[in-house]
Design a protein around this ligand. Structure first.
Ligand code: HEM
Length: 512
């Protein structure tokens, strides 16, 4: 009893003390509020022009589904297809001459730069995506040496095939076999994200997270990865960078979440390396084992692991998701892909060789065309080191962020002609039906110039193999009435908000 009384007396004192403290703090702080407001971080350049005003109060969202659609509208209607968002200190361009100038002609004047590496530094460390200069040159040399080898391409082909045959097709078949209609609805985006996560982990580290196994939940690693990617992208979009820096210093809100997600990723990435070391790496084919023969620094290896996951996971899933959305809306293209496959591969449903895939020109054209309209990386930014002038006459002050915008570029008539908004794989084919690539600065979906994507061939192989295997076996229909355009959620890679719900049926006349 005595103890209870003492405790309640103590709690009352504590309560009184806190009330006093709160009132005292409020009384002291109130007169200082105007001063505190004046110290709040402001955008780099305080600007009231119509574009900046529309950006800051987000009124663009009344007319456009996505920020990238608003930018496209502005870029289409501006001279030289270049705009300036002053409050972000960002010049955005959809002009191929400007893109070539940034990515090739004056490459040294347009690195990723310190502001970018600060934004993504916690997540990506010193990985290839986040560095310039010697560190980038070293990683690029190593990665391109390995990724250029025929042996690694065959290894990738083997993994992709295996994942399709042993997991993807059985999963879709089991959905198709469900009797009730509602059981046949599947979120294809989620399936592709699991597929590409398994594939890139097996390819890069020789380890299998089995995300596509129906009974298993998405791995902790993948979930933390999604969150870190989303929150890091939000850092890049803010007009008030000081806010996230303060939140990070005080470990508050989204920055606290980001820190937690990154911690999980780092622990798991180090575990991947530890396991690889334990299993022995000198005789293995995966990318990490190849890197481990040359690099001994644990943190560096961890950054390599994370960068390759980012490179190969969401991009491929995003490319597949928009391809299947477009195909569902264009049955004529789908039929043409099947006809070509029957002609080139006959009745054989198995993907037999890397070489055979190269003969499927229409399929390649469909994949390119879908990423022209829906590039997995919708925009990409660099920083201008010294004052410069872009070929269209835009003046750049040192320190300006310069962004090229593949999403907008795919919608510009001057680049692709009056039918630019149509999904037409034929635009990529010569008269004899052979695929003909375009100038990469008109189509910087894989970037272009010195920092062009190193996994391009592997990514195309993955996209084509999945498309071919699924289209020949299944009929895939959108489960909801298609909205005329896609809606994206914020992130480093284009992701559909709401996923891609589809209905799956086995095709009636499956080839023997
Ligand atoms: C459809 C799929 C893909 C697309 C659209 C794509 C696109 C891109 C883009 C736009 C960049 C430049 C990014 C930047 O400036 O930081 C890039 C860089 C890179 N990509 Fe990909 N990528 C894809 C798949 C892959 C895959 C599967 C791999 C690995 C197996 C990969 C490896 C890389 C690497 C290592 C770089 C860094 C190149 C450098 O900085 O020198 N990518 N990719």
């Amino acid at each position: 009893m005595e103890v209870e009384l003492e405790t309640s007396w103590f709690l009352q004192c504590l309560h009184a003390y806190f009330c006093f403290f709160l009132i005292f703090t409020l009384i002291t702080i109130l007169p200082l509020l105007p001063l505190l407001f004046s110290l709040l971080p402001r955008p780099k350049q305080w600007c009231t022009c119509e574009i900046c005003h529309t950006y800051l109060n987000m009124s663009w969202s009344k007319q456009f589904d996505n920020l990238c659609d608003w930018y496209t509208h502005l870029l289409k209607n501006s001279p030289g297809n270049t705009i300036h968002i002053h409050v972000l200190g960002n010049t955005i361009t959809a002009n191929p001459d400007n893109v070539e100038y940034m990515l090739k002609t004056r490459f040294e004047n347009f690195p990723k730069g310190k502001p970018f590496s600060l934004i993504l530094g916690d997540f990506l460390g010193r990985g290839i995506f986040n560095v310039d200069g010697d560190s980038w040159r070293f990683q690029k040399k190593m990665a391109s040496l390995e990724l250029g080898k025929l042996s690694i391409k065959s290894f990738a082909f083997e993994i992709i095939n295996c994942e399709i045959k042993d997991r993807l097709i059985p999963l879709l078949s089991s959905f198709a076999a469900s009797q009730k209609e509602k059981h046949r609805v599947l979120d294809l985006q989620d399936v592709f994200r699991r597929f590409s996560f398994d594939t890139i982990c097996r390819f890069s580290f020789g380890l299998d997270p089995k995300c596509l196994e129906r009974s298993l939940p998405m791995s902790k690693f993948a979930t933390a990865f999604d969150l870190a990617s989303k929150l890091s992208a939000e850092r890049a979009m803010t007009a008030f960078p000081l806010v996230w820096k303060l939140k990070r210093a005080l470990n508050l809100g989204s920055e606290k979440q980001l820190k937690k997600a990154i911690k999980i990723i780092h622990i798991l990435a180090k575990e991947v390396i530890r396991q690889r070391r334990k299993m022995g790496f000198s005789t293995h084919n995966d990318l990490l084992s190849r890197f481990m023969c040359t690099i001994n620094d644990e943190t560096y290896l961890k950054d390599v692991v994370i960068s390759f996951l980012l490179a190969g996971r969401d991009t491929v899933a995003s490319g597949l998701t928009s391809l299947f959305w477009l195909l569902a809306k264009h049955p004529n293209v789908e039929s043409e892909i099947r006809r070509e496959a029957d002609r080139v591969l006959g009745n054989n449903q198995e993907l037999t060789s890397f070489g055979e895939m190269k003969e499927l020109h229409y399929l390649q054209a469909a994949v390119y065309e879908s990423m022209r309209l829906y590039p997995p990386i919708q925009f990409d930014s660099k920083f201008c080191v010294d004052d410069d002038i872009l070929p269209d006459g835009s003046l750049l002050r040192r320190g300006t962020r310069v962004t090229y915008h593949p999403y907008a570029m795919g919608r510009i008539e001057e680049i692709w002609g009056p039918d630019c908004l149509e999904f037409k794989p034929e635009r990529w084919l010569k008269d004899d039906g052979v695929f003909s690539p375009e100038n990469p600065f008109k189509y910087p979906v894989f970037q272009a110039g010195f920092r062009v994507c190193l996994g391009k061939e592997i990514a195309l192989l993955e996209l084509k193999s999945v498309a071919l295997s699924l289209l020949r076996r299944f009929q895939i229909q959108l489960a909801t009435r298609p909205h005329p355009t896609l809606r994206f959620s914020p992130g480093l890679t284009a992701t559909l908000s709401g996923g891609l719900p589809v209905l799956i049926r086995e095709r009636e006349v499956a080839p023997a």
